[in-house]
Write a protein that binds this ligand. Structure first.
Ligand code: NI
Length: 134
């Protein structure tokens, strides 16, 4: 188990009840766990702003599979970045649309560049890149 250090935090009079309501709504059992999650989220966000840091990411893209050019183009892009792409999952959403969830690992700069390229590819209807780390 992770070693824990105790520190005290000063809250403003108005902030504490608002914070307690928010964390209760989100299902936290105590303030410490909620504060740790907020801190971890900020640390991960900070890392996403450093182009050289190594992170993981999921890229979700939606496209119409009747458009053969987009499918071919997306597969082509993925085959040209085998070092960045760990895996890809294809789901048939309905009779027209496909969703792909691609897992990436690498430098923030490279992940963002590949993600932006795939989201911007002609025929992609929606795309979202989520970076994460520990
Ligand atoms: Ni499909």
């Amino acid at each position: 188990m992770e070693k824990i250090t105790r520190k005290s935090i000063a809250f403003g009079k108005k902030e504490l009840p608002q914070f307690d309501r928010m964390i209760a709504k989100r299902g936290y059992k105590n303030r410490s766990e909620a504060v740790r999650d907020l801190v971890r989220d900020s640390l991960v966000k900070e890392k996403t702003e450093d182009p050289k840091s190594k992170m993981m990411a999921t890229l979700t893209i939606v496209y119409n599979h009747h458009d053969h050019d987009v499918q071919h183009n997306l597969t082509h892009i993925q085959h040209h970045h085998p070092g960045l792409i760990i895996s890809a999952m294809h789901t048939h959403m309905n009779k027209d649309d496909c969703m792909e969830v691609i897992v990436l690992r690498g430098k923030v700069r490279d992940i963002k560049s590949l993600g932006e390229m795939m989201i911007a590819a002609k025929g992609v209807r929606h795309g979202k890149l989520v970076l994460t780390g520990n």
